[in-house]
Design a binder for this molecule. Structure first.
Ligand code: Q46
Ligand code: ZN
Ligand code: ZN
Length: 310
């Protein structure tokens, strides 16, 4: 297989795009494409300050690297969840995130959940009795709350996460199976800012997971290979496997599934945009983030329940 641009030996073959590229051209192609998506979906401009949620994995570090190479003002945010799982997961991911920041002279904000709220995620989950023995519900709630808090308090214009096409297609697949209209309406490359909530953007949403892996390997970015130990058995992983089977037989199927959804939603043919939910939101009296609950938001309620003195 030869590079389509220079004829040298190709390092990455993307059947889904009918495109093979050598290392040099692949490392040019990824930022070019990212820039195209950022503009197409009007995610942010060069004058805006971006906060990248960095987990130490390939997607978030790859995203941070690409945005920096493109000349965007992008700082990082690492959330220390306090997850060990026998593999030192949080400590190792923290080390890699910090190492990347230091090597590239970038600013990384660090929030340690245990220091901030008295308990690491697994203990918060256990004590609040949420999530049927898995900490993921509490972890997701906490991550959303903290990312938004930091983005807002420190005056960032947008919060960027490293969700790739495999992540987005799996979520879309799950939401389609249950026709969850509210979730379908909110899924997309950009979620505009609303009162108390930062704009959220996903610049990698059109890249396959293997494209991100190839990018990090060819760029020499050291990232944590292990998934969070609690991810095992997650429904999203099962959906990813199903979609991968489909993709093997029909290269490009995952991308078409996601892109056609975005088109259908934009055209308004399949989904009717409604603003009802927005009307019921009010700021949480404790943290100020919008909530539809009558009093405190779910995050503050969870923290109160677990540690009444915080
Ligand atoms: S939610 Fe669950 Fe993830 Fe949190 S506890 Fe791990 S698997 S990190 S994306
Ligand atoms: Zn080439
Ligand atoms: Zn609150």
């Amino acid at each position: 297989m030869k590079c389509k641009k220079c004829g040298a030996k190709a390092q990455v073959n993307m059947r889904q795009h009918k495109l093979a590229l050598c290392k040099e051209h692949y490392l040019e192609w990824m930022p070019e494409q990212t820039e195209r998506f950022i503009k197409k979906y009007a995610m942010f401009t060069r004058h805006e300050k971006i906060l990248v949620a960095v987990s130490g994995g390939k997607d978030s570090l790859g995203l941070w690297d690409i945005l920096t190479r493109l000349g965007y003002q992008a700082d990082g945010l690492y959330l220390g969840l306090g997850i060990d799982g026998g593999i030192n997961y949080s400590r190792e991911s923290h080390r890699l995130a910090e190492r990347f920041a230091n090597e590239h002279g970038l600013k990384l904000h660090i929030v340690d959940i245990e220091k901030e709220y008295g308990q690491p995620i697994p203990t918060l989950a256990e004590r609040s009795h949420r999530g049927y023995g898995k900490p993921c519900a509490v972890c997701g709630l906490t991550k959303r709350h903290e990312m938004n808090r930091i983005a807002r308090d420190l005056g960032y214009d947008a919060l960027a996460t490293g969700h790739n096409l495999d992540d987005e297609a799996a979520v879309l697949f799950g939401n389609t199976l249950s026709w969850s209209a509210d979730f379908l309406l909110r899924q997309g490359p950009v979620l505009p800012a609303t009162e108390g909530l930062a704009r959220k953007v996903k610049p990698l949403c059109r890249f396959y997971e293997r494209e991100m892996t190839a990018y990090c390997l060819l760029r020499g970015i050291e990232y944590i290979y292990e998934e969070c130990p609690f991810a095992e058995g997650a429904q999203s992983i099962y959906y990813k496997e199903l979609l991968n089977k489909l993709e093997t037989d029909r290269p490009g199927a995952k991308l078409i599934f996601y892109l056609r959804f975005l088109e259908a939603r934009k055209s308004g043919e399949l989904f009717v945009q409604k603003d009802v939910e927005q009307a019921h939101l009010h700021p949480c009296p404790k943290c100020g983030q919008p909530t539809s609950a009558p009093d405190l938001c779910s995050f503050c309620r969870m923290i109160e329940k677990v540690s009444p003195n915080v």
